[in-house]
Design a binder for this molecule. Structure first.
Ligand code: GDP
Ligand code: IMO
Ligand code: MG
Length: 433
């Protein structure tokens, strides 16, 4: 038995969905613990592509339980749409394979309206959020005004919360942002209907996971976003509004830290970022365009082009520390094929100072220039390779160097988007604890 956390090491979109889908084979429960439908996790299975925003990426496997933990913020309309889409593909969600925490917070229409209004008002200084209402929903959670899953099952409780919340939100929307106010009654009916649909799945997820642990089941925790979008440890304020690091797998699901055995960090073989914020190794040239084109670097949630750059090991090392990584899953290695030389940032030059970690102040990070190490590239197409030893020598050297700088062993190498386009070096569920 082992419990494994999967985390993005960079700024999201590292390929977490693919890795979670792959590892689900040996898991019994797959648990989302933070974020919401700002996430877009892509799976390619038997030639079919699925993008999940809220439902854990293990859902294509039968006989597994997918859980949405208390730390997730849930837009019920998006969740129901995802459930319906799965049904069209012959996958029926029932309380046997899908549960959602009664404690999870609900994204309300005023959260989306405020997210968009705030971004508009910020103009050039905007964060570039996904506009899904994530930040305002977490704000209400912390301000203790949130609507939780259980409130959708209780007309009176929901109406009380709506009335008191809308008093404040409508004032802001109308008088500060010059937007239209929202009507409590229409929201009430819409959200009670969502509640009716979701009621069979509403559970105490923490208790369900405790029972699973007692039965020696394997739990797989699916991180969303990436370490550098973490509200505390990321490139603040260009971050999301939740803790994205591995520690939150516990808080966001109601499982104690002593239960976690392995933490696998997903590392894209180069770096991407969507939205604003500093990005030291960004390439604003032909190589950057090539990575974007060959890597298909367009957002799975918003369709926005992703900014691309060289692999930044300062960023990855930061993630090793912040998450206590025990293994690495390197993805999209195939995208680098054909580049004559590859660069890896191994430190930053910040004025006269050389740094080997990300400085905490955003202004300092904005001034950092990457210090690069160069490695020879490879010409070969590697998408059909399934064993590490069959990879070209220079590909192996690139991976070994990542392992060496990170100080963490390789678990998985991904050489294509499909489930089977993978080299498993060290399966995290098989590692002796
Ligand atoms: P996530 O948010 O971390 O789950 O990642 P996304 O799904 O947003 O973005 C990763 C993209 O890369 C998706 O389109 C995946 O299908 C694709 N992908 C994942 N692994 C690989 C890989 O090894 N090679 C290639 N070429 N594409 C990959
Ligand atoms: P996955 O799980 C990449 C980014 C947004 C924006 C910032 C804040 O697919 O890796 P938010 O809507 O969360 O308030 O936006 O965070 N962002 C992501 N970038 N992948 C994601 O998720 C992201 N989720 C949020 O682009 O810069
Ligand atoms: Mg994504």
């Amino acid at each position: 038995m082992a419990n494994v956390v999967i985390i993005g090491t960079q700024w999201g979109d590292e390929g977490k969905g693919k890795i979670v889908d792959l590892l689900t084979e040996k898991a019994d429960y797959v648990v989302r613990f933070q974020g919401g439908n700002n996430a877009g996790h892509t799976l390619v299975v038997q030639g079919r592509k699925f993008i999940f925003h809220l439902i854990p990426s293990g859902i294509l496997h039968s006989g597994k339980v997918c859980a949405i933990g208390n730390g997730v913020v849930v837009d019920p309309a998006v969740l129901i749409e995802e459930m319906d889409h799965l049904l069209e593909h012959g996958i029926l969600l029932s309380p046997d394979n899908f549960i959602i925490s009664r404690y999870a917070h609900i994204i309300m229409p005023y959260h989306r309206a405020l997210d968009l209004a705030r971004e508009n008002r910020k103009g050039k200084a905007k964060i570039g959020t996904t506009g899904r209402g994530i930040g305002p929903c977490y704000e209400d959670k912390v301000a203790r005004n949130g609507v939780r899953v259980h409130d959708l099952l209780d007309r009176k409780a929901l109406m009380n919360k709506l009335e008191s919340n809308l008093e404040e939100k409508n004032f802001l929307l109308q008088h500060f942002f010059n937007e239209q106010p929202l009507d409590a009654h229409s929201i009430l009916d819409e959200y009670l209907a969502y509640g009716e649909r979701l009621a069979p799945f509403a559970e105490n997820v923490s208790q369900c996971l405790q029972a699973a642990v007692e039965q020696k089941r394997n739990l797989l925790f699916e991180g969303a976003q990436g370490t550098h979008l973490d509200i505390d440890h990321g490139t603040y304020p260009f971050v999301t509004s939740s803790n994205t690091v591995a520690g939150n797998a516990c808080c966001g699901s109601g499982v104690g830290p002593s239960r976690i055995d392995q933490v696998v960090g997903v590392v894209k073989a180069y770096t991407t970022r969507v939205g604003g914020g500093p990005f030291a190794s960004e390439l604003l040239d032909e190589t950057g365009e090539r990575l974007q084109r060959i890597g298909g670097e367009f957002g799975a949630t918003t369709g926005r082009p992703r900014r691309c750059g060289w692999l930044d090991m300062v960023v990855v090392r930061n993630a090793v520390r912040l998450n206590g990584l025990s293994g690495l899953a390197v993805t999209k290695l195939d995208v680098l094929s054909g580049l004559p030389t590859l660069k890896i940032a191994v430190g930053y030059q910040c004025g006269a100072q050389q740094l080997d970690a990300i400085p905490p102040e955003i202004h300092a990070l904005e001034c950092c220039q990457p210090i690069y190490e160069e490695l020879p590239g490879w010409e070969e197409d590697i998408q059909n390779i399934r064993r590490f030893s069959d990879l070209p020598g220079n590909t192996q050297r690139y991976l070994k160097r990542i392992e060496e700088i990170a100080g963490v062993p390789l678990s998985i190498v991904s050489v294509g988007p499909a489930r089977d386009e993978t080299i498993v070096v060290r399966h995290p569920f098989d590692v002796n604890i």
